[in-house]
Ligand binder design. Structure first.
Ligand code: DGY
Length: 323
C-alpha cells in the first residue's frame, strides 16, 4: 500500500505528479489557507508532509502518529520544532543553495529600490503628479561607490557581495563567525563588528536566518547607530528586525529608507509601514523566479521521496536539516 503524503499548499502540477508516482497524495490544491485544526487533522493522517512554511510544532507532531518525514520547500526552517521532530525520529529537510542567486538578485533589487526611491516615484507618477522637471525631484542615495554592510555572510550573503564588485562598492560584513580569508578575498568583503558596520554602511542588507540568537539583531540601539541617510533591507526573516523600532526610525527620519520582504508575524505586519513613503514592502517573494521556484519544488519533492524510502536516493534525502 502506498504511503500518504500531505501537500499543505498548492504547488506545480508536475510536483504533485512526481509525488503521486510513489505516494497517495492529499493536496490542498485549491490553495485555501487551512485553519490550524484542518492542517493538524490532515497532517495526522500522513506519513510525509510537503510544506511551504507551515508550523510543525510539538502539538502538531503529537497528533501525527504516522509522520516520518517533513519536507520544507524553503531554505529557512524556523517553522519547524527540530528537537520535537528529532525525538520522534522524523526526518526534516529543506532546499538550500538552489535559491542563492535569485534571492541575492532580489535583495539587490530591493536595496536599489529603497536607495533610489523607485516604488515611491512609481506611485507618484501613476497618480498623475508629474508636471515637469525639478532639481530636487526624488533625490536619493547612490549605490555605486558606496559602502555596503551585509549582516549574515552565508551563501546568499556571499552572492550579494559578489554583485557589489560591479558597483565598485566597499563591502563590510558581520557574521556569527568570520569567513575564511579565501572567501573574504573572493567576495572582496571585510569582516567588522556589527556596530562598526552599522555606523559606516550606506546600505545595510540583512540575510540572517531567524533563531532565538538572531531575534531583534536590529533594534532601537542598532538603528541609532546608522547614518541618517542609510537604507536597510531585510530579506532574511521576520523577527531579526524589531519592526516597531524600525517604523519609529523611519517616521523620525533617523534612517533614510527601508525595504522589507519579511516581517514579524507575516503575512500580517505593522500597518504603520503603509503610511510611509520611505519603505518598500514586498510579500516574502525573494526566491520567486519561475526557474528557482521550480528547482525548490523539485528538490523538496526529491527530499520527501527519499526520506520516505523511495526513488534513487531512498533513505538518503539530499538535504537533511542537521543542526
Ligand atoms: C526561504 O527559502 O527560506 C525563503 O525565505 C522562502 O521562504
Amino acid at each position: 500500500m502506498k504511503k500518504k503524503v500531505f501537500v499543505a499548499r498548492a504547488i506545480f502540477p508536475e510536483t504533485i505528479a512526481r509525488l503521486s508516482e510513489y505516494f497517495e497524495v492529499d493536496a490542498n490544491s485549491d490553495d485555501r489557507n487551512l485553519t490550524r485544526e484542518e492542517f493538524c487533522d490532515r497532517l495526522g493522517r500522513a506519513h510525509g508532509v510537503f510544506l511551504a512554511g507551515e508550523r510543525v510544532d510539538a502539538e502538531a507532531i503529537a497528533g501525527a502518529p504516522l509522520l516520518k518525514a517533513v519536507s520544507n520547500m524553503s531554505v529557512g526552517y524556523n517553522n519547524l520544532d527540530l528537537p520535537a521532530l528529532r525525538e520522534r525520529g522524523i526526518v526534516a529537510t529543506n532546499t538550500p543553495d538552489v535559491l542563492n542567486e535569485t534571492v541575492a538578485d532580489f535583495g539587490w533589487a530591493l536595496m536599489m529600490c529603497a536607495a533610489r526611491r523607485v516604488a515611491e516615484a512609481d506611485r507618484w507618477t501613476r497618480k498623475g503628479a508629474w508636471s515637469g522637471w525639478s532639481y530636487d525631484m526624488f533625490l536619493g542615495g547612490d549605490v555605486h561607490g558606496s559602502t555596503l554592510g551585509i549582516i549574515g555572510m552565508g551563501r546568499i550573503g556571499r552572492a550579494i557581495a559578489r554583485r557589489a564588485v560591479g558597483f565598485n562598492m566597499n563591502v563590510l560584513y558581520y557574521n556569527r563567525s568570520r569567513c575564511p580569508v579565501e572567501v573574504e578575498r573572493e567576495v572582496n568583503a571585510r569582516y567588522v563588528a556589527k556596530d562598526e558596520l552599522l555606523k559606516n554602511a550606506d546600505h545595510v542588507l540583512l540575510v540572517l536566518p531567524y533563531s532565538p540568537d538572531t531575534h531583534h539583531t536590529i533594534a532601537e540601539r542598532e538603528l541609532q547607530l546608522m547614518k541618517p541617510t542609510a537604507t536597510i533591507t531585510n530579506i532574511g526573516r521576520g523577527g531579526i528586525v524589531d519592526d516597531d523600532a524600525l517604523l519609529d526610525a523611519l517616521i523620525d527620519k533617523r534612517i533614510g529608507a527601508a525595504a522589507l520582504d519579511v516581517f514579524e508575524n507575516e503575512p500580517r505586519f505593522n500597518p504603520g509601514f503603509l503610511t510611509l513613503d520611505n519603505v518598500v514592502l514586498t510579500p516574502h517573494m525573494a526566491p520567486a523566479s519561475e526557474f528557482t521556484r521550480r528547482r525548490m519544488a523539485d528538490l523538496a519533492a526529491e527530499n520527501l521521496i527519499a526520506a520516505l524510502g523511495e526513488g534513487v536516493n531512498a533513505g538518503h534525502p539530499p538535504n537533511i536539516i542537521d543542526v
